[in-house]
Design a protein around this ligand. Structure first.
Ligand code: SF4
Length: 259
């Protein structure tokens, strides 16, 4: 059986790293610009103020640089401290909007940047070899995976699915029963947050589109998430599908500590 690392294509990580590095450069230049512009006004008020502002900006910039270095080192496989990873993730959250904007300037579509981000996130989580008890693992997927003609209320309880085979909800339910893991099918981010709050999982296997996975991964940090992109043969948000082999492989990876 294939490993997760083989299923998700690796080269995509480079795009995100490149955009984050450009964002870092833009941030550094802008920070220096802010300091230079405010210098005359501040020194008129007090000769100490430019130095104080300069020090604060330098500390903020140093933290962001450390975060970017942390991400790059972790991706290259170097061991990094937990604290360092936290800074790295905060940096991603700060620089991500700028990275997508810069991507647009280079004609890179937002979804491509998001896919690259998801790949980076999956890679960092795989490196940690999380071993999760079945009852602490949550499979989370949006309800667009349900056949749009189905009348069963699976968002209230996935067990309401009759496994008729018209969509993959039955397959996900079978997997959740086979491995004893939780399955939640949600209508949106608010319900997803509610489920996470009530179940308190130690890890999440999230199935969604680029946008929802990106925001979801950032929302629940530091909870480990493996994101699996859904397939949209009928267009967005309608009768979506997922590669069940990837899902089962990720479940097994989490349970065995070998993602
Ligand atoms: S598999 Fe379940 S959710 Fe999907 S159409 Fe059949 S009963 Fe409805």
């Amino acid at each position: 059986m294939r490993k997760m690392s083989e299923v998700i294509h690796r080269p995509k990580k480079r795009l995100f790293i490149a955009l984050i590095l450009i964002s870092l450069f833009v941030t550094a230049v802008s920070t220096y610009g802010i300091w230079m512009v405010s210098f005359p006004g501040l020194s008129n008020i007090s000769t100490h103020l430019p130095l104080i502002l300069g020090s604060l900006l330098a500390i903020a910039l140093f933290a962001i640089v450390s975060g970017v270095v942390g991400i790059v080192l972790a991706i290259l496989g170097f061991p990094t401290l937990h604290f360092f990873r936290r800074i790295a993730w905060s940096t991603v959250n700060i620089l991500f909007p700028m990275a997508t904007m810069i991507g647009r300037l280079f004609d890179v579509e937002k979804e491509k940047v998001e896919r690259s981000f998801i790949e980076v996130s999956n890679h960092l989580n795989r490196q940690k070899h999380h071993k999760i008890a079945p009852e602490k693992l949550l499979i989370l997927t949006p309800h667009c995976i349900q056949n749009d003609a189905c009348l069963h209320k699976i968002t209230r309880d996935a067990a309401n699915c009759r496994s008729c085979g018209r969509c993959q909800v039955g397959d996900l339910l079978n997997l959740s029963r086979k491995y004893g893991v939780n399955l939640a099918i949600v209508t949106g981010g608010t319900l997803a947050r509610k489920v996470v709050k009530s179940l308190r999982p130690h890890a999440i296997l999230a199935i969604a589109c680029e946008r929802d996975l990106t925001s979801g991964i950032q929302d629940v940090f530091p909870l480990p998430v493996i994101g699996i992109l859904n397939e949209r043969p009928s267009g967005p948000c309608c009768n979506t599908r997922v590669d069940m082999e990837q899902v089962e492989q990720a479940i097994r990876g989490f349970l065995e500590g070998d993602l």
